[in-house]
Design a protein around this ligand. Sequence first.
Ligand code: HEM
Length: 501
Amino acid sequence: MFLSSLIGVFVFGWILYRLTVQLLNWFSIARKISKFPGRKGYPILGNTLEFLGNPEEIFNAVRENVREYFSIGTFRAWLFVFPTIWVHDPEDIEKLMGGVANNEKSILYNTMRPWLGNGLLTSSGQHWHSRRKMLTSTFHFSILQQFLNIFNRESRHMVEIIENHLNEETNILPIVSNFTLESICETSMGVRLSSMKDADEYRNSIHDMGYIVFDRITRSWKLAEYIFFFTRDYWRQKRIIDILHNFSNKVIEKRKLQSERYFENENTNTTIAKRKQVALLDMLLLAQKQGEDIDDNGIREEVDTFMFEGHDTTAVCISFTLLLLANNQKCQENIYEEILSVFGEDDRQPTNNDLQELKYMERCIKESLRLYPSVPLISRKVSEDIPTKNGYVIPKGCSAIICIYDMHRKPDLYPEPLKFDPDRFLQENCLDRHPYAYIPFSAGPRNCIGQKFAMMEVKCVLTEIFRRYVIQPVDKIEDISCSIDMVIRTKNPMRMKFIRR
Ligand code: HEM
């Protein structure tokens, strides 16, 4: 009896101690971030109400906030009780992301953990480091080379769909999204989504999960797990995640059985290389077989992470590039000329060497990602005090939000920022630019592991489109209103007309 009371007192005391430490820490951060400029918030809710509304209103609210503090480079906002500093100056961003010190993701990424677990996007510390090392080899050039067949086949399939919409107003995003989802599913898991009977349920669940994640970030009281637990979305999320995990588990099990046969040979590397169609999943299974620190759960986390990071990001990049080129006929013609110079009249599918030569096209993609970076905001947990260029100190313990979209439109970094000008990315024009002034794929050690993959995929699809069609605009680019969920979007459908050359 005495012993159990003693344990009870000890446990209670320990909890009280932890709560006090956390509270004192919170007050200390609150005091420090109050020195930053920022709009006045409400008690407890902070600035949350400013970021409520439909996705277009939220997008605009963020813009208004950032513009107000453009010249300072940073400002503070309270998302419910969570302190955040928003950063849009390349020097400050470099301090944040240049090394490994702040490579832990902020509380906003907790919303993705139920689905992605401790996958590459959401993990931190040593776990992230060893996974990153392992996964970097799965994105090796020779593996990407194999994916080219898939990109080429799916690009051809996509233009067959466009053929059914010639000369009419076409909303491009759903067509492109299908293309990128098919491509990422086959390259990461080795299966054709369209051939699976539960494909629609899986596709819809990815979409629904994105909605819940975004909703939790904007209604930031739902970031607190103990509040989210009492919402309807918590239970909805549980059902969605069951569907997503069951799908990946099923595919992984099937692939594992097939792979056993390939692994029988001692020299598994050679066997993998000889395999007709390699998937990122095969590389992870091989790593597991070779004793790397990854179990079945870890493999699923990474496959889910590729599915999440690798389809919407690329789909909006392709769609915005088409929209911008529809509005810039001269650039479109330059791309066509370049395609002719590489392929002539030949309709053959691009090789990697061909893609390397499409340098003007690459500049157009880069300029499109400057104006419409697929991921307009990213975030980090700050692990050490960071002095900013303008004399403030971002305190350890708060979340930093990196405003990629707004930085890419700063006139001091990009004169006439709204003008679509691919030549900004000519080598000679990049020399004087700060290395952190252009970061559509993030930057530093935690940059996007899939950027070469993405560039290859985008170039394949643009080649197939522009060698066949001229794209005419339906809406002027200046009339397009953006909105946001997990990626940047447009308020209205992204309409354009495809005319056969
Ligand atoms: C145009 C296409 C893409 C863009 C603009 C893009 C952008 C980004 C950005 C901004 C990040 C940093 C995210 C953060 O810190 O929160 C990121 C990370 C990541 N991306 Fe991409 N991405 C693209 C395509 C892809 C593709 C195709 C894949 C996979 C095949 C991929 C896989 C990843 C992964 C796994 C991470 C996490 C890396 C880490 O934390 O170590 N991305 N991407």
